[in-house]
Design a binder for this molecule. Structure first.
Ligand code: AMP
Ligand code: MG
Length: 412
């Protein structure tokens, strides 16, 4: 980590690389029952202990036959049944058929299942239509989906609702996952009041924690919420000490600008190490990253859009890496045509808030959410994408092409 007090602002790509370089995956793992493992990250590869399906079974409700018998007669008396969970127990005499249901074990010797819609029950037995019967038709063979010993999920996979049924089909009851990273967080500012209390003169509600804490939880972390700490160096120092002793990452909001009451950076210099501070992005310029004794540190800007947006853009990848989630990627950058002008001055990469739609030709179009002030959170609330305007770009006119990045599921 190199100190960055040099003039100029750090490009976001460099900041991101620096953050990831300094982030390590948690070492500790825990074993959870399958139904508690959703959203957790696998700490080891999963190899299938069994074949799935574990036996040849019927894909249809119908009749199990031997094709050779059908060459002799297309009407075969019924000799027994195989139902799901209740396989055929008795002998299967030649020139007969077996009633079989979907999922039921295929009786030994059977080489086709004929669906019941192609058969008629008669006094002489089951009469099969003349349609051709092919070997193994409607039979799902053992191991058709997954073979014993096959790797089905690899270490570093975050478990989704699509993974759990597959693991259950293998009989996996317990899963070894990484422990969740712990984020300790507090807001700073003498002006911040809790919701549910009246505002005094010059006061505002502490809104940042209502966005960042749910985000950290959605990113798969446990959160230690330390509330609001006033702009008092002694209290802030105490809060930092407590936070870093109890977390993997300390995330604060506010106090990282250059105002008289912005103490975060000074305290970090005394109690830890600053990696960088001030990015070439808008909003989010006064974002600080560093190390405390035991924990990493992210200092979010106080302005609500900046705090939320930097949590999403910069803290999310850090927490993904710390969680062991090796598949995590930012959403792809797409091209969209603007339906309105976007104000922009060259110098920083803008993450403006936009609303995209897909037009009748299947192309992305985008418009602004309006007021793009970093204090105007409605721009974030209305948005469904970021409009990423390159660092050196100026004002964007109607009909120009811009880059957009749709929100991932954590913002819904
Ligand atoms: P600061 O970074 O502390 O200078 O704060 C920048 C702006 O964000 C100021 O207008 C603060 O009042 C506002 N702000 C700081 N923290 C919060 C918070 N937790 N919730 C809402 N607004 C905040
Ligand atoms: Mg402040």
């Amino acid at each position: 980590m190199s100190c960055c007090d040099a003039p100029g602002l750090m490009p976001i790509e460099e900041a991101m690389a620096n953050i990831l370089e300094n982030t390590h995956t948690v070492k500790e793992t825990e074993t959870l029952p399958l139904d508690k493992a959703l959203g957790r990250v696998l700490a080891c590869d999963i190899l299938s202990p069994i074949h799935v399906p574990p036996f040849d079974n019927s894909a249809m409700d119908g009749y199990a036959v031997r094709i050779a018998d059908l060459d002799v007669s297309t009407t075969l008396p019924l000799a027994g049944q195989s139902f799901a969970g209740a396989p055929l127990k008795r002998q299967w005499p030649p020139l007969t058929c077996i009633r079989i249901m979907t999922g039921a074990q295929i009786p030994a010797g059977c080489d086709a299942v004929i669906m019941q819609e192609l058969a008629t029950v008669t006094e002489q037995g089951i009469q099969f239509d003349a349609s051709p019967v092919t070997r193994h038709q409607n039979i799902r063979p053992l191991g058709d989906d997954i073979k014993v010993g096959q790797m089905v999920l690899s270490k570093g996979k975050r478990l989704t609702p699509r993974d759990l049924p597959m693991l259950a089909s293998l009989g996996v009851a317990n899963i070894q996952v990484y422990r969740k990273p712990i984020v300790a967080t507090f807001s700073t500012g003498d002006e911040l009041k809790p919701v549910g209390t009246p505002l005094g003169e010059g006061e505002i509600y502490d809104s940042n924690r209502y966005g960042t804490i749910p985000l950290f939880k959605k990113f798969g972390c446990d959160v230690v919420d330390l509330g609001v700490i006033p702009d008092d160096p002694a209290l802030l120092t105490k809060a930092f000490e407590h936070a870093q002793a109890n977390a993997d990452v300390v995330v604060t909001s506010g106090g990282v600008s250059v105002g008289e009451a912005d103490f975060t950076k000074d305290i970090l210099e005394q109690t830890g190490e600053i990696g960088f501070w001030k990015l070439a992005i808008k909003p989010g310029k006064p974002f600080a990253f560093g190390k405390l004794n035991n924990a990493l540190f992210c200092g979010l800007p106080g302005n609500p859009v900046s705090a939320f947006m930097t949590s999403y853009i910069l803290v999310q990848p850090l927490l993904a890496k710390m969680s062991g989630d090796s598949d995590w990627k930012p959403e792809p950058i797409l091209q969209a045509t603007t339906h309105c002008a976007f104000k922009k001055v060259p110098g920083r990469t803008d993450y403006q808030r936009g609303i995209y739609a897909i037009n009748e030709k299947g192309q992305f179009v985008v418009e602004t959410t309006g007021n793009q002030s970093s204090g105007a959170f409605r721009s974030m609330s209305l948005a469904n994408c970021f409009v990423i305007l390159e660092r050196e770009r100026g004002r964007v006119e109607v009909g120009e092409t811009v880059q957009i990045q749709l929100f991932n599921s954590t913002l819904y």
